[in-house]
Design a protein around this ligand. Structure first.
Ligand SMILES: [Zn+2]
Length: 143
């Protein structure tokens, strides 16, 4: 991607076989990462090899573009697609929250249905017992 002969603010560049690998100030292999700013959507840069995304760990702050500036036509295409993607991701998150809420509500309704079925069964038993008692009393009074 980049040659060792180009001017650089990097601490160290090393050549390994066919590849020009870049080391950050931590003396770690600098990963090539995508930049997602509006001006450079998808443009790649070298970042800190020690940094672990989401951990808030150390970061030597190294930053150097690995690829050319993003073409304006690409910006025109990529930026609206990224915004649309972000909207869809938000919508998916909202739908997942709604789904979880409906799942809990459904479980509550299933429990209520089971309780109603138990009540109905108990009521039917009571009606049958009452019917038997009435029949028994009618037989006793008639005889
Ligand atoms: Zn570093």
């Amino acid at each position: 991607m980049s040659s060792s002969s180009s001017s650089s603010s990097f601490a160290l560049r090393v050549e390994l076989d066919l590849w020009d690998d870049v080391l950050c100030y931590c003396i770690e292999l600098a990963p090539i990462l995508p930049q997602w700013s509006r001006r450079n959507p998808g443009r790649q840069y070298y970042g800190c090899g020690s940094y672990k995304y989401g951990t808030g760990g150390k970061n030597c702050g190294i930053f150097e573009w690995a690829t050319r500036e993003t073409d304006v036509r690409c910006q025109i295409v990529i930026n609206p697609l990224r915004e649309e993607n972000a909207d869809m991701l938000r919508e998916i998150e909202e739908l997942m929250i709604a789904e979880e809420k409906l799942r809990k509500e459904n479980n509550g309704l299933k429990d209520a249905v089971q309780e109603l079925k138990r009540s109905k069964r108990d009521l039917m038993r009571a009606v049958i017992c009452l019917f038997v008692v009435v029949i028994f009393l009618m037989i006793v009074f008639v005889l």
